[in-house]
Design a protein around this ligand. Structure first.
Ligand code: NAD
Length: 495
């Protein structure tokens, strides 16, 4: 008897157990269960209810870490309190850095595009760890809250490589990078720059870049023009749902979160509490995510056979209550699954069948577990020098009053006040009374003599901070540095 590949499994909350059960029945009928074994991993609302603020039991963590793969249903996030989304926690904790979603027109899933005969078939690859999803938020003043947006070069490289590798594997010839580098020149600029560098390693794949707002419009007007788009986390999140809408909703959008050690395959919709327990939920998204899992581990034949059976079922007009034309009565979850099982071996007639490659054996090899946190580095040889600092203040003074006070404080130091901004817009030395301001300023202090930069450590800026903190409420401190002679900070709007 061959050993089966163990895969951690969490049915999830709400409709999760109903749709997971349907998917596992289909896997079983297609013979996939002869080679895989699902291991229960406890997480979700019940674990939150036990007072576990992460929502993931130790047993669940052990199972995921032992298997390196997790097939999961949707899980609820408690509203209010400190409980965070388990989905986001899992992706970040286990370094599942690339979120891969495939959006395609499916027969029987009527959309404005399907009615117009416009075929849609493209992938969104979303960076899964960084960006505002760091969840680093602070209240800075009475009126201002900040969310830090972190983009790292190694983080960009991970997701770009995953995108190009997938494009190469499945024969996509054109990959776009979506971004907002015209506004966020440094963060999105880095994401775009790393994309361009990575592209040079993949001969034969053409690339382009598109500003996120234009991308959204283009996707609505001509979705058929895109095959793959790679995006930072938040933009990718929004575009993924927009893309799901193009093909009929979240019920048809599969999702894989790929990491070096642990990969997670999940439906993108939520727990649908309004229909939970009624047995009427649509299992298609979870099934398609399961097919990504089967392909990931090498069972490409079973994945192709099931996908063709699913499409043949949709062609027959079978549907759950959330979609379909209404010409035929809606099936419940289990009857819908049975219809797919009944069509195993059939090929779609209205569209090209998907490939049913030879892959009938497991090729997945679980990577050795990490023994310590891997420090990822991209730029190792860069020389940086301190040139000053931005100090953020909680004050109700007007710009001229504040500038006068700060200039006096820094007069005996090596620094001069060079700029002040409010909500990112310069208000001093150049400014206009038309600019509305709030109780939160950035004051930029730079060395009077930049020749001293190379010999200056951080001590003088900390002394300056001390002096300012004697008179003002300081809310944040940001060292200013030049990296290989180039400023490592942006200018203010209007500067
Ligand atoms: P939801 O996706 O659960 O439901 C939105 C609407 O879509 C509802 O009307 C629901 O009935 C319908 N729907 C969703 N999936 C369906 C399916 N498979 N078949 C038929 N209809 C379906 O979104 P929500 O109501 O905003 O969130 C409910 C809970 O799910 C929240 O706790 C949220 O945090 C969680 N959630 C989890 C995930 C995840 O686990 N990946 C994703 C999104 C939301």
């Amino acid at each position: 008897m061959t050993t089966k590949l163990r895969i951690a499994n969490t049915p999830g909350d709400g409709i999760g157990p109903e749709i997971m059960n349907a998917c596992l029945r289909i896997f079983d009928a297609a013979g996939a269960m002869d080679q895989i074994e699902f291991v229960d991993a406890r997480m979700g609302e019940a674990v939150f209810a036990e007072g576990n603020s992460m929502g993931i039991s130790q047993q669940g963590r052990d199972a995921v870490e032992a298997c390196g793969l997790l097939y999961k249903g949707p899980m609820g996030t408690p509203i209010g309190g400190g409980g965070k989304s388990i989905n986001v926690t899992l992706r970040k904790m286990y370094g599942a850095f690339a979120n891969i979603r495939h959006f395609r027109t499916l027969p029987g899933v009527e959309t404005v595009y399907s009615k117009a005969g416009i075929p849609i078939d493209f992938y969104v690859i979303r960076e899964n760890i960084e960006d505002t999803y760091g969840g680093i938020e602070h209240r800075l003043t009475n009126d201002v809250i900040e969310c830090k947006r972190l983009i790292s070069a190694p983080g960009c490289d991970q997701v770009h490589r995953a995108a190009f590798d997938l494009a190469k594997k499945i024969g996509i010839k054109m990959v776009y990078c979506g971004h907002k580098a015209n506004i966020m020149k440094m963060t999105d600029g880095l994401f775009l720059d790393r994309f361009k560098r990575m592209a040079s390693e993949y001969a034969g794949i053409e690339t382009g870049d598109v500003i996120i707002d234009a991308l959204c419009m283009n996707l609505v007007i001509r979705p058929q023009n895109y095959k793959m788009v790679v995006l930072p986390n938040l933009q990718g999140d929004i575009v993924s749902d927009l893309a799901a809408g193009l093909v009929g909703g979240l019920g048809f959008a599969p999702s894989a979160n790929i990491g070096h050690h642990i990969s997670i395959f999940e439906a993108v919709h939520g727990t649908a509490p309004d229909i939970a327990g009624k047995g009427i939920a649509n299992p298609t998204s979870l099934l398609l995510s399961g097919l990504m899992l089967l392909r990931h581990i090498g069972l490409t034949n079973a994945a192709g056979v099931i996908e063709n059976a699913l499409i043949a079922t949709l062609e027959s007009g079978a549907h759950t209550g959330d979609f379909g034309t209404g010409d035929t009565p809606a099936l419940n979850t289990q009857d819908y699954a049975s219809a797919i099982i009944g069509n195993l071996g059939k090929k779609p007639s209205s569209i090209e069948p998907v490939a049913e490659p030879e892959g009938k054996t497991i090729t997945f090899v679980k990577p050795a577990p990490p023994t310590s946190n891997e420090l990822m580095r991209t730029f190792e040889q860069i020389k940086s020098v301190n040139t000053g600092c931005d100090i953020y203040l909680d004050t109700l003074l007007n710009p001229a009053e504040l500038a006068e006070a700060l200039s006096a404080i820094c007069a005996p130091t090596p620094f001069k006040l060079t700029m002040m901004s409010n909500r990112g817009t310069q208000v001093w030395p150049n400014g206009t009374p038309y600019t509305n301001i709030v109780d939160y300023y950035r004051a930029r202090f730079e060395l009077r003599d930049m020749a001293n930069a190379s010999s200056m450590g951080q001590g003088p800026t900390i002394s300056l901070l001390d002096r300012i903190a004697e008179k003002f409420g300081v809310t944040d401190f940001q060292p200013l540095k030049h990296y290989d002679g180039k400023p490592g900070y942006s200018l203010a709007q209007g500067q």
